[in-house]
Structures are given as C-alpha cells and as structure tokens.
Design a protein around this ligand. Structure first.
Ligand code: DP6
Length: 364
C-alpha cells in the first residue's frame, strides 16, 4: 500500500498592513483586513505521514519531539483533514525552519501553510489554493496568506463567514522589493501573537480605535502596492506596524515585544532615510525589524543594519512563491535532485526522518 505522505515547502510572510485582533464570531476570523508579502529567503519544510502504527499524532519540530500546545494545534488541523478525507490514521509531522522559530519571524504562518498543504495532500484531498488557505487560516490567520505567493490580502471576517481565504493581489514578479530582516535575538518571544492580541483586545480601552483605523491603512497599502510606490508603501507600512504595537504597549499589563536594539534599528532606518535612502521599517509580534527597500539599496541597507550593535545577523528576503508540494509519496523521484522549484533543494536532504534545511537556498 502507498504510504500517505507529502512534503511541502512554505515561506513566512511579512504583513505590510497588519492583522491584530480576532472577531468574536468564532472560526478564527480576523477583526481587520491585512496585506502581506510572502518572502523567499526563509523556508519551512514539512513532511506529513499518516501511519497506521501510530497511536497518537507525533510532532518533530526542528529535530525535537514536541508536545503540549504546539502539538494540540497541529492535531486540530489534522483532525479537520481526517474529517474531510477517508484517512483515520494518526500522523507523524516533521517540520523544520531555517530561521528562528516563534520569535516574531512569522514562523506560525509558514508552519501552518506548509502543514495544511502537506496534510491535505498526504490524505489524498485535492484542495484548491483557496481551500488550503482557509484550512491554514483556521489554525493561524497569517498562515492563510503564506499559502499564496507574492502580495496577498485577507479581508476581515464577518458574522456568517465560516470560510475565509486569502487572495493574491499581485504575483512575486510584480515588484522586486527587498525586505531586509535585522535579527535581534534568536530566542522565543515573550508572548505568542494569539495570546498577545487577545490580551490587547481584552485590556486596552483604545483597541476599538485600532480596529476602526486598520481598514483605511489597508486601503492605502493596497493602492501603493498596485502602483509600486515604495515611499507611499513604506510610510503607511510603518504606520500600520507602529499603530499595532501601540495597542499592545497600551494593554494592561503592557505587552512590549521590542528590545533596546529594536529601537536602535528603527533609529538607524530614520537616519538612512535622512541620508536619502528609501528604507522603511515594519515589526511583527517580536523584536526583529524588517526593512523595506529597493534592490538598488539592498547592499547599503544590509551594511547599516548589520552594524547596529545588538543585531545578530541580517536576512535578505524578496517576494516569493506560495506553499507548494515538494514531493508526495507516489511521486518520489528516487533521491534525485528536483530541478526548478526551488533550485537547490535536494530530495535526499528532505527525508522524512531528517529534514536538513541547510541545503535549501535560503538566501537566494
Ligand atoms: C503581528 O497569525 O500568528 O504577525 O491567528 O492567532 O495564529 P493567530 O495569529 P498570527 O498573528 C500574526 C500577527 C502579526 C501581524 C500579521 O501577520 O498580520
């Protein structure tokens, strides 16, 4: 019998227009629209194997068997897939990132995008990208966007929405923006996005003002992306990120994702702008700063961000593809390198037991 197995690749995305807050209607619906860019340059690889010999789902994350909350979230997604398919077996999920996990580099986005595609493919479901996006969204809202490539939007949820999927606004080739990530710490963040936004909505009396303001920000971001206007995009993307962080800073107790280095990088971005370089910052639920700039300014921005004391390293990312099947059991190419997508991934290095991401060309 064929093993029910699939390996997928997905990338994180960076929200230019931030999602922060859920509706109260259930179904994990976002309270605000968001618009992101899916990033080639950081990769999650996930293999799902439904295995009759397993008594419970098993999660191996970055080489470590993991239980508790992360496993429960994975099982919830697998249960949705089992319900829709003929599969009843428990699954072994092996997943690895080539960037820091749970530290505000949007690892849950690429994780659940890769998992939704791997689990549904391994189970023999032939879902459309919209259906995979909806499946990923039920686990993590930002993951809905990583299923698709390039510039991607997700509208806010409404009372009768049970399904909600992200849509592509423009393909990766539309605009070769650069996103330079200044990594300021490798450890996990203080509070997950899920808990952070719930805490903020519960305790910050100004939170409704954010929900009211976000659609206007989103509309301006979408227009700037369509027009490929870096200055307009950068100014509003900073506004979105800082308004989002202002909501959590004003929660009680305050939720501050930043470190002193985060602020130093923000100051460096302003200095760069004052010197004529168009560089704009955005920050997710963690301390890292992601800087938008044009390809022409990439080297200069990397140099300046890397020189800020406390910056551990920089990662250069650019608009990239959505989640994709790397190998499904019935298509195993027998250990040969797959050509094309992405170019330097060797199937052999993505064996179920030992995913080794070092050979994935992370810094394309
Ligand atoms: C700051 O998608 O991780 O990155 O839906 O609870 O899983 P859940 O939250 P998540 O939140 C991401 C928040 C953000 C902004 C964004 O990506 O839009």
């Amino acid at each position: 019998m064929k093993p029910k197995q699939a390996t997928t690749l997905a990338h994180p995305n960076i929200a230019l227009s931030k999602y922060w807050g859920k509706r109260e209607y259930g179904h994990n619906l976002p309270a605000v629209p968001s618009l992101s860019v899916t990033l080639a340059g950081m990769t999650t690889a996930t293999t799902v194997t439904f295995d009759p010999s397993l008594e419970k789902d098993v999660l191996i994350l970055g080489g470590q068997e993991t239980s508790g909350g992360p496993l429960d979230r994975v099982t919830a997604l697998l249960d949705r897939v089992r319900k829709r398919s003929e599969v009843t077996e428990k699954a072994r999920v092996v997943s690895a990132n080539d960037f820091p996990t749970a530290s505000g580099l949007a690892s849950s986005a690429s994780a659940f995008a890769a998992l939704a595609l791997a689990a549904s493919t391994a189970a023999g479901l032939h879902l459309s990208p919209e259906e995979v996006s909806n499946l990923a969204r039920m686990s993590s809202v930002s993951a809905a966007r990583s299923v698709l490539g390039g510039f991607v939007e997700l509208r806010a949820g409404w009372p009768r929405d049970e399904k909600l999927s992200a849509q592509q606004v423009a393909a990766p080739e539309h605009w070769p923006l650069r996103v330079i990530v200044a990594v300021v710490s490798e450890g996990p963040k203080t509070m997950s996005s899920t808990d952070g936004m719930a805490h903020t909505a519960r305790t910050n009396p100004f939170f409704p003002a954010w929900v009211e303001r976000a659609p206007g920000i989103y509309a301006r971001i979408k227009q700037a992306v369509e027009k490929k206007d870096l200055e307009a995009l950068g100014v509003v993307a900073e506004e979105s990120a800082l308004a989002m962080h202002a909501t959590s800073i004003a929660a009680a107790p305050a939720l501050i994702y930043w470190t002193a280095t985060t602020l130093d990088v923000l100051a460096e971005v302003r200095r760069l702008r004052a010197s004529g370089i168009r560089a704009y910052a955005t920050i997710d639920a963690g301390p890292h700063v992601k800087v938008l700039c044009s390809p022409d300014d990439e080297a200069e921005v990397v140099k300046h961000l890397g020189a800020v004391p406390g910056v551990k390293r920089t990662i250069v990312a650019r608009p990239g593809p959505g989640a994709r099947v790397f190998a499904a059991a019935e298509e195993r190419p027998g250990g040969d390198s797959l050509s094309g997508d992405p170019p330097s991934v060797s199937y052999a290095t993505l064996d179920v037991e030992s995913i080794d991401l070092e050979t994935i060309s992370a810094k394309q």
